[in-house]
Design a protein around this ligand. Structure first.
Ligand SMILES: [Zn+2]
Ligand SMILES: [Zn+2]
Length: 255
Protein backbone atom coordinates (compact mmCIF):
# COMPACT_ATOMS: atom_id res chain seq x y z
CA UNK A 1 0.00 0.00 0.00
CA UNK A 2 1.15 3.48 -0.86
CA UNK A 3 0.02 6.29 1.42
CA UNK A 4 0.57 9.77 0.05
CA UNK A 5 0.27 12.70 2.43
CA UNK A 6 -1.79 15.31 0.55
CA UNK A 7 -1.96 17.41 3.69
CA UNK A 8 -1.26 16.97 7.40
CA UNK A 9 -1.11 20.46 8.87
CA UNK A 10 -3.35 21.73 11.65
CA UNK A 11 -4.16 24.78 9.51
CA UNK A 12 -3.49 26.63 6.29
CA UNK A 13 -0.58 28.77 5.14
CA UNK A 14 1.99 28.85 2.33
CA UNK A 15 2.87 25.22 1.53
CA UNK A 16 0.53 23.92 4.23
CA UNK A 17 -2.56 21.80 3.60
CA UNK A 18 -4.99 20.26 6.08
CA UNK A 19 -5.41 16.54 6.61
CA UNK A 20 -5.88 14.19 3.71
CA UNK A 21 -4.15 10.89 2.91
CA UNK A 22 -4.39 9.15 -0.45
CA UNK A 23 -4.24 5.34 -0.33
CA UNK A 24 -3.22 3.57 -3.54
CA UNK A 25 -4.70 6.34 -5.65
CA UNK A 26 -8.34 5.37 -4.99
CA UNK A 27 -9.16 5.91 -1.32
CA UNK A 28 -8.86 9.02 0.80
CA UNK A 29 -8.61 9.17 4.56
CA UNK A 30 -10.03 12.61 5.33
CA UNK A 31 -10.55 15.30 2.75
CA UNK A 32 -8.95 18.51 4.01
CA UNK A 33 -7.47 21.22 1.82
CA UNK A 34 -4.79 18.77 0.58
CA UNK A 35 -7.40 17.42 -1.83
CA UNK A 36 -7.19 20.71 -3.76
CA UNK A 37 -3.78 19.80 -5.21
CA UNK A 38 -5.01 16.64 -6.94
CA UNK A 39 -4.86 16.62 -10.73
CA UNK A 40 -8.34 16.18 -12.26
CA UNK A 41 -7.46 12.65 -13.47
CA UNK A 42 -6.31 11.65 -9.99
CA UNK A 43 -9.47 13.09 -8.42
CA UNK A 44 -11.62 11.09 -10.87
CA UNK A 45 -10.00 7.85 -9.60
CA UNK A 46 -11.25 8.31 -6.04
CA UNK A 47 -13.74 5.60 -5.09
CA UNK A 48 -13.96 5.90 -1.31
CA UNK A 49 -13.39 8.49 1.40
CA UNK A 50 -12.94 7.46 5.04
CA UNK A 51 -13.54 10.35 7.42
CA UNK A 52 -12.19 10.62 10.95
CA UNK A 53 -14.61 13.35 12.06
CA UNK A 54 -16.70 16.27 10.86
CA UNK A 55 -14.36 19.19 11.53
CA UNK A 56 -13.92 21.46 8.55
CA UNK A 57 -10.16 20.94 8.24
CA UNK A 58 -10.91 17.24 7.52
CA UNK A 59 -13.99 17.53 5.28
CA UNK A 60 -13.88 20.84 3.38
CA UNK A 61 -12.15 19.22 0.40
CA UNK A 62 -15.07 16.82 0.04
CA UNK A 63 -17.37 19.72 -0.79
CA UNK A 64 -15.12 20.98 -3.59
CA UNK A 65 -14.27 17.47 -4.80
CA UNK A 66 -17.98 16.72 -5.25
CA UNK A 67 -18.46 20.00 -7.11
CA UNK A 68 -15.56 19.17 -9.46
CA UNK A 69 -16.68 15.60 -10.10
CA UNK A 70 -20.48 15.51 -10.25
CA UNK A 71 -20.60 15.82 -14.02
CA UNK A 72 -17.63 13.58 -14.87
CA UNK A 73 -17.93 10.45 -12.73
CA UNK A 74 -20.19 7.53 -13.57
CA UNK A 75 -20.62 6.10 -10.07
CA UNK A 76 -20.89 7.59 -6.60
CA UNK A 77 -17.94 8.12 -4.29
CA UNK A 78 -18.61 6.17 -1.11
CA UNK A 79 -18.07 8.29 2.02
CA UNK A 80 -17.64 6.23 5.19
CA UNK A 81 -17.71 7.72 8.67
CA UNK A 82 -19.32 7.16 12.02
CA UNK A 83 -23.01 8.00 12.19
CA UNK A 84 -22.54 11.29 14.02
CA UNK A 85 -20.17 12.52 11.30
CA UNK A 86 -22.56 11.53 8.52
CA UNK A 87 -25.37 13.33 10.34
CA UNK A 88 -23.21 16.46 10.69
CA UNK A 89 -22.40 16.42 6.96
CA UNK A 90 -26.07 16.08 6.04
CA UNK A 91 -27.27 18.69 8.48
CA UNK A 92 -24.55 21.33 8.27
CA UNK A 93 -22.68 20.98 4.97
CA UNK A 94 -24.64 19.26 2.18
CA UNK A 95 -27.87 21.02 3.14
CA UNK A 96 -28.47 23.34 0.14
CA UNK A 97 -27.50 26.31 2.32
CA UNK A 98 -23.81 25.97 2.99
CA UNK A 99 -23.39 23.75 -0.10
CA UNK A 100 -25.59 21.80 -2.51
CA UNK A 101 -26.67 18.32 -1.45
CA UNK A 102 -24.34 16.16 -3.53
CA UNK A 103 -26.06 13.04 -2.19
CA UNK A 104 -28.87 14.03 -4.60
CA UNK A 105 -26.86 15.52 -7.48
CA UNK A 106 -26.92 14.79 -10.38
CA UNK A 107 -29.80 12.47 -9.36
CA UNK A 108 -31.01 10.57 -6.32
CA UNK A 109 -30.33 7.28 -8.13
CA UNK A 110 -26.72 8.06 -9.11
CA UNK A 111 -25.53 10.77 -6.76
CA UNK A 112 -21.98 12.12 -6.54
CA UNK A 113 -21.59 11.10 -2.90
CA UNK A 114 -23.03 8.12 -1.09
CA UNK A 115 -22.79 8.61 2.69
CA UNK A 116 -22.52 5.42 4.73
CA UNK A 117 -22.17 5.15 8.48
CA UNK A 118 -19.81 2.61 9.99
CA UNK A 119 -19.77 1.12 13.45
CA UNK A 120 -16.67 2.24 15.39
CA UNK A 121 -14.29 -0.62 16.10
CA UNK A 122 -15.41 -2.79 13.22
CA UNK A 123 -13.69 -3.88 10.01
CA UNK A 124 -14.47 -2.13 6.73
CA UNK A 125 -14.05 -3.54 3.20
CA UNK A 126 -10.33 -4.21 2.68
CA UNK A 127 -8.26 -2.27 0.18
CA UNK A 128 -6.63 -5.00 -1.91
CA UNK A 129 -4.83 -7.18 0.61
CA UNK A 130 -4.80 -4.46 3.27
CA UNK A 131 -7.33 -4.86 6.08
CA UNK A 132 -9.06 -1.68 7.24
CA UNK A 133 -10.71 -1.09 10.60
CA UNK A 134 -11.61 1.87 12.78
CA UNK A 135 -11.23 2.72 16.45
CA UNK A 136 -12.63 5.46 18.66
CA UNK A 137 -10.51 8.39 19.80
CA UNK A 138 -11.19 11.35 22.10
CA UNK A 139 -11.78 14.70 20.43
CA UNK A 140 -14.31 17.51 20.85
CA UNK A 141 -16.70 15.74 18.45
CA UNK A 142 -17.23 11.99 17.92
CA UNK A 143 -14.11 10.85 16.07
CA UNK A 144 -12.41 7.78 14.68
CA UNK A 145 -8.93 6.61 13.85
CA UNK A 146 -8.15 3.96 11.23
CA UNK A 147 -5.85 0.94 11.12
CA UNK A 148 -4.42 -0.42 7.89
CA UNK A 149 -3.05 -3.93 8.27
CA UNK A 150 -0.90 -4.90 5.30
CA UNK A 151 0.98 -8.15 4.81
CA UNK A 152 4.25 -6.51 5.84
CA UNK A 153 3.31 -3.73 8.23
CA UNK A 154 0.51 -2.23 10.30
CA UNK A 155 -0.21 1.50 10.13
CA UNK A 156 -2.57 3.39 12.42
CA UNK A 157 -3.80 6.96 12.02
CA UNK A 158 -5.48 8.55 15.04
CA UNK A 159 -7.04 11.55 13.36
CA UNK A 160 -7.50 14.33 15.93
CA UNK A 161 -7.24 13.20 19.52
CA UNK A 162 -6.16 14.23 22.96
CA UNK A 163 -5.55 12.00 25.95
CA UNK A 164 -7.62 8.89 25.40
CA UNK A 165 -7.44 5.58 27.29
CA UNK A 166 -9.63 3.81 24.70
CA UNK A 167 -7.22 4.83 21.93
CA UNK A 168 -4.35 3.03 23.66
CA UNK A 169 -6.56 0.02 24.44
CA UNK A 170 -7.46 -0.26 20.75
CA UNK A 171 -3.83 -0.01 19.67
CA UNK A 172 -2.68 -2.50 22.30
CA UNK A 173 -5.24 -4.98 20.98
CA UNK A 174 -3.48 -5.04 17.58
CA UNK A 175 -1.08 -7.95 17.05
CA UNK A 176 1.54 -5.44 15.96
CA UNK A 177 1.94 -1.77 15.14
CA UNK A 178 4.77 -0.50 12.94
CA UNK A 179 3.72 3.06 12.17
CA UNK A 180 1.56 5.37 14.26
CA UNK A 181 0.46 8.66 12.69
CA UNK A 182 -0.67 10.80 15.59
CA UNK A 183 -1.82 14.32 16.36
CA UNK A 184 0.56 16.73 18.13
CA UNK A 185 -1.12 20.07 17.56
CA UNK A 186 0.07 22.41 20.27
CA UNK A 187 3.40 23.05 22.04
CA UNK A 188 3.67 22.28 25.74
CA UNK A 189 3.10 25.85 26.92
CA UNK A 190 -0.37 25.61 25.35
CA UNK A 191 -1.24 22.46 27.29
CA UNK A 192 -4.44 24.01 28.60
CA UNK A 193 -5.62 24.78 25.08
CA UNK A 194 -4.60 21.25 24.03
CA UNK A 195 -6.82 19.81 26.74
CA UNK A 196 -9.75 22.05 25.84
CA UNK A 197 -9.47 21.38 22.11
CA UNK A 198 -8.60 17.72 22.74
CA UNK A 199 -5.29 17.56 20.91
CA UNK A 200 -1.97 16.15 22.08
CA UNK A 201 1.05 18.21 23.07
CA UNK A 202 4.56 16.66 23.11
CA UNK A 203 4.45 16.16 26.90
CA UNK A 204 0.93 14.68 27.04
CA UNK A 205 1.77 12.38 24.14
CA UNK A 206 5.05 11.25 25.73
CA UNK A 207 3.21 10.50 28.97
CA UNK A 208 0.41 8.53 27.29
CA UNK A 209 2.81 6.57 25.08
CA UNK A 210 3.74 4.82 28.32
CA UNK A 211 0.42 2.97 27.88
CA UNK A 212 1.44 1.51 24.52
CA UNK A 213 2.85 -2.02 24.42
CA UNK A 214 4.15 -1.61 20.82
CA UNK A 215 7.12 0.44 19.68
CA UNK A 216 6.04 1.95 16.35
CA UNK A 217 7.73 4.76 14.46
CA UNK A 218 5.78 7.92 15.31
CA UNK A 219 4.58 10.00 12.37
CA UNK A 220 3.76 13.33 13.98
CA UNK A 221 1.10 15.47 12.40
CA UNK A 222 -1.53 18.24 12.70
CA UNK A 223 0.97 20.86 13.95
CA UNK A 224 -0.73 24.23 14.27
CA UNK A 225 0.82 26.67 11.77
CA UNK A 226 3.57 28.80 13.28
CA UNK A 227 4.39 26.21 15.95
CA UNK A 228 6.30 23.76 13.73
CA UNK A 229 9.85 24.65 14.83
CA UNK A 230 8.93 24.62 18.49
CA UNK A 231 7.10 21.31 18.17
CA UNK A 232 10.13 19.85 16.40
CA UNK A 233 12.39 20.88 19.28
CA UNK A 234 9.98 19.81 22.02
CA UNK A 235 9.27 16.42 20.42
CA UNK A 236 13.01 15.76 19.97
CA UNK A 237 13.46 16.43 23.67
CA UNK A 238 10.34 14.78 25.07
CA UNK A 239 10.13 11.72 22.81
CA UNK A 240 13.74 10.62 23.20
CA UNK A 241 14.08 6.90 22.56
CA UNK A 242 11.22 6.93 20.05
CA UNK A 243 11.77 6.92 16.30
CA UNK A 244 9.96 10.08 15.21
CA UNK A 245 9.23 11.73 11.89
CA UNK A 246 7.34 14.95 11.39
CA UNK A 247 5.13 14.41 8.37
CA UNK A 248 4.89 16.95 5.60
CA UNK A 249 2.65 17.34 2.61
CA UNK A 250 4.05 15.22 -0.23
CA UNK A 251 5.55 12.52 2.00
CA UNK A 252 4.91 8.96 0.88
CA UNK A 253 4.67 5.96 3.20
CA UNK A 254 4.90 2.46 1.72
CA UNK A 255 3.60 -0.42 3.83
ZN1 LIG B 1 -10.77 18.17 14.84
ZN1 LIG C 1 -8.09 18.69 12.65
Amino acid sequence: MRIEVLGCSGGIGPGLRTTSLMLDGQTLIDAGTGVGDLEPAAARNIRRVLLTHAHLDHVCGLAFLADNLFSVIDRPIEVLARGETIEALRRHLFNWTLWPDFTRIPSERTPTLQLRSIEPGTAIDPIGEVGVSSFEVCHTVPSLGYVLQGPAATFAFTGDTGTCPRLWRALNALPKLDLLMIDVAFPDQEAELGELAKHYTPASLARDLGELRHRPQLLLTHHKPGNEAELLAQCAETLQGWSIRHLRRGDVIEI
